[in-house]
Write a protein that binds this ligand. Structure first.
Ligand code: TYD
Ligand code: MG
Length: 456
């Protein structure tokens, strides 16, 4: 009979190696490689499995049950599916415990039993937090443990509709000779929890901490094991938080849930566009609004640029909330194809209010922001711009333009600079179709602000 095999696994990216190394050859992480064991195959005398017609399976079991938090249900395509395991990943302090406790309280308030397994905080801390979030439902119970066997026993006995485990990194499986949070422990714990979820019909939500660069530390390995991977992100200097599905076995990964962290917990933000445009000063040179897409949800964001003369030196670029590679490309195209000299300037580009514009649909707005920052002529308050820019200066089509234009119209914009290929927009939104960036720059005299500063 074959022996269990020793392998070395990177806790950041999950890459496997036959020998230990100080640095992972795949993700370049230092001191991330740990020893793990892989069970040997169980010989050839396996039982003959049941081979069953697919059509005879009851699919009703995969019907999601609403959590009652609309933004969560939007991302999950209705709610949590019984017997499923979801991983909720995010940086420490972003609000994972808060969000999952709000889910737990909402599900319990609707009359279903919920278990919160707390390995990180004491039950009194959980109770204090729950008390700040609302009234604590009777159906909500807590188990204070880091032992996987205890967790499995608790879920098996109580068969709750929802079990929240905070966090997967604190769990330890007896008999696994490795520290909590290690690859071997996290994987062993997750497999046990998947098994108990299937057996009891409980929806299990696992909380997992991710590192700064977005890797699910340890739980990265779990992406294959769980049904759903949710990512909770936000800029710590702002109150907005975003929930996105990275993987979802029961539905699309196209939605985003938007929340605001308030003293009494996370509140849904129904209208992110209004939030991002709240403090805008229309007409200022270097400010252009873009209907960007977050997953499939159109959101209006103000892209800003500032050109600051710094002597007879090459252009330098600083990006904040916009992608650095796209800023580089767009600035080069503004100069080479748009004919606007940027030499001797330090260009700062950002997405206002903690938003992020990393998709190519933001290129045209970024280019117009840089161009207007350099020339000092602002755009009128009622203009948005959207399009991808290519190296020859062409303005290319973008995904879901119709939905972006609908959102622009809803937010009161009246004119949109768009690629030539754009079909009709909503009534009341005039489309200014352009082939190239030079073409768009040629239209600036029609689009300029009458109130903002004029060109020198
Ligand atoms: P937490 O959910 O503990 O984050 P995580 O579990 O991801 O580490 O929340 C982190 C921050 O949220 C904490 O610094 C305090 C803040 N917070 C609020 O602003 N309002 C609230 O109602 C709660 C519960 C937390
Ligand atoms: Mg926490």
């Amino acid at each position: 009979m074959a022996k269990d095999r020793r392998v070395y696994v990177c806790r950041e990216c999950g890459a496997q190696f036959v020998s230990w190394a100080g640095q992972c050859a795949q993700c370049d992480g230092w001191a991330t490689i740990e020893e793990a064991s892989v069970a040997a195959p169980r010989g050839s005398a396996a039982d003959i499995p049941n081979v069953e017609p697919l059509s005879q399976f009851d699919v009703a079991g995969a019907v999601p049950i609403p959590t009652g938090l609309d933004e969560v249900d939007r991302v999950l395509g209705g709610g949590l599916v019984p017997s499923s395991v979801s991983l909720l990943g995010g940086e420490p302090g972003i609000g994972k415990s808060t969000l999952s406790l709000q889910m737990a309280m909402s599900v319990a308030a609707a009359g279903s039993s919920v278990l919160v397994i707390t390995g990180e905080e004491a039950p009194t801390q959980v109770a204090a937090r729950a008390g700040r979030l609302g009234s604590i439902p009777d159906e909500l119970s807590v188990v204070d443990t880091t032992d996987v066997d205890t967790v499995v026993a608790a879920i098996t006995a109580a068969k709750p509709q929802l079990a929240v485990i905070d966090s997967i990194q604190t769990l330890e499986a007896a008999g696994v000779d490795s520290a909590a949070g290690s690859v071997t422990q996290v994987r062993a714990a997750a497999h046990r929890l998947v098994e108990v979820a299937k057996r009891t019909g409980t929806s299990v939500v696992l909380i997992g901490h991710v590192t700064k660069d977005g890797n699910l530390a340890g739980p990265r390995l779990l992406e294959h094991v769980v049904d759903t991977v949710l990512s909770f992100t936000g800029d710590r200097h702002h109150d907005l938080r975003f929930l996105r599905a990275i993987k979802h076995r029961f539905g699309s990964t196209n939605e985003v849930g938007v929340f605001e962290m308030l003293p009494a917990g996370l509140a849904a933000v129904d209208d992110p566009s209004s939030r991002f445009l709240a403090d805008r000063r229309p007409g200022v040179a270097g400010s252009v609004v873009v209907p960007t897409l977050d997953q499939r949800r159109p959101v209006l964001v103000e892209v800003q640029a500032l050109a600051s003369a710094h002597g007879d030196r090459p252009v330098s670029l600083t990006a904040n909330g916009v992608s650095s590679p796209r800023l580089k490309l767009v600035a080069a195209v503004v100069q080479e194809r748009g004919g606007i000299a940027l030499w001797g300037n330090e260009i700062f580009a950002s997405a206002a209010g903690g938003a992020e514009v990393t998709e190519p649909g933001g290129d045209l707005a970024l280019a117009l922001a840089i161009a207007t920052a350099a020339t000092g002529v602002g755009l009128a308050a009622d203009v948005v711009a959207c399009g991808e820019i290519g190296l020859s200066g062409e303005v290319r089509s973008v995904a879901q333009l119709d939905r972006r234009l609908q959102e622009s119209h809803r937010m009161g914009f009246r004119r949109a600079v768009v690629p030539r290929s754009a079909t009709a927009g909503p009534t009341g939104l005039e489309l200014i179709r352009v082939d190239t960036l030079a073409d768009a720059l040629g239209q600036l005299h029609n689009l300029r602000s009458m109130s903002g500063p004029k060109a020198a």
